[in-house]
Write a protein that binds this ligand. Structure first.
Ligand code: SF4
Length: 285
């Protein structure tokens, strides 16, 4: 079975949420497009095509090109035409016809790309962008994921980059992020094996904040994370056998697409509203 780091993280947060999100019918019925989803997808799509020499020649790598790619991706037109119908539906759902709100989110995307263009090397020719890569870890577990960008340095080492359009985490210390993170180290494991090279650095690039949080994933870290991943995947496989996934209500229930059909989640949210979850929402000053 295939496992993506984002799915593993979702399972660790709440197994039931992971289970619901794997069901295409439930996803269709309950997952709603949000402004942040529209923004994130358009920024990723624009950056993918910007670095694709078959779509944008190196001489055309200007800020204007990048901005126009964002607009085209957002609208589902130009080289993103095949997404036209889908984008129309997603925009309607996310912005509900509120043009001012959509404008503010679009401007946010343009600002991110402006900062990216000012601070990043835009002449680079990545090894891959927005591509799926996978690695068979055991007979039962294949680890994979869509990796935003992989670069190769002149010395032949590999760099893994994950773009983020949301807020950076409270914890920014790279060593602590490396210990806590599963996604980048999982990618490093896949990439180093697939491309037979050393991953010199893997990074989250927070586009809104011009912030890069990155680290070198050494062999010991990769080995530790591989064990961790295999342990969690073992639990996931066992849950799939019985299709019995625990619900673990938590503060993110309020943002869970499936709270409507999840009794423990609903109960938690009711208790939270009544102030019975122990979360002290009062200001301490
Ligand atoms: S509402 Fe909460 S408990 Fe229920 S699936 Fe979502 S995150 Fe899990």
């Amino acid at each position: 079975m295939k496992f993506y780091p984002t799915q593993i993280e979702s399972y660790l947060n709440c197994p039931r949420k992971y289970f619901y999100s794997r069901d295409p019918d439930l996803r269709r019925q309950y997952s709603k497009a949000s402004p942040h989803l529209v923004l994130g997808n358009a920024v990723h799509d624009a950056l993918e095509k910007f670095f694709d020499l078959s779509k944008v020649p190196a001489s055309d790598r200007t800020l204007e090109t990048l901005n126009n790619l964002l607009r085209d991706a957002w609208a589902g037109r130009g080289i993103f035409k095949r997404n036209g119908w889908k984008q129309k539906k997603v925009r309607e759902e996310a912005f509900e016809g509120n043009r001012e709100n959509e404008k503010a989110w679009g401007q946010k995307g343009l600002n991110m790309l402006y900062r990216f263009f000012q601070t990043q090397d835009t002449t680079t020719v990545p090894l891959t962008t927005e591509q799926f890569h996978e690695l068979r870890l055991t007979d039962d577990v294949t680890l994979g994921g869509k990796i935003d960008r992989i670069d190769r340095t002149p010395e032949g080492e590999l760099i893994v980059i994950d773009y983020k359009t949301g807020k950076p985490p409270w914890e920014k210390d790279p060593a602590k992020v490396a210990e806590k993170d599963l996604q980048l180290t999982a990618y490093a494991l896949v990439v180093s094996t697939k491309f037979r090279g050393t991953v010199a650095r893997c990074s989250f690039l927070y586009l809104n904040d011009e912030l890069e949080i990155g680290f070198k994933p050494d062999d010991a870290l990769i080995a530790r994370k591989k064990d961790e991943i295999l342990t969690v995947c073992g639990r996931m496989l066992a849950d799939w056998k019985t299709e019995d996934f625990d619900a673990t209500p938590n503060p993110l229930c309020g943002w869970c697409d499936f709270s409507e059909i999840c009794e423990p989640g609903k109960e938690y949210l009711r208790a939270k509203e009544a102030g019975a979850t122990g979360e002290n929402l009062e200001l301490p000053f």
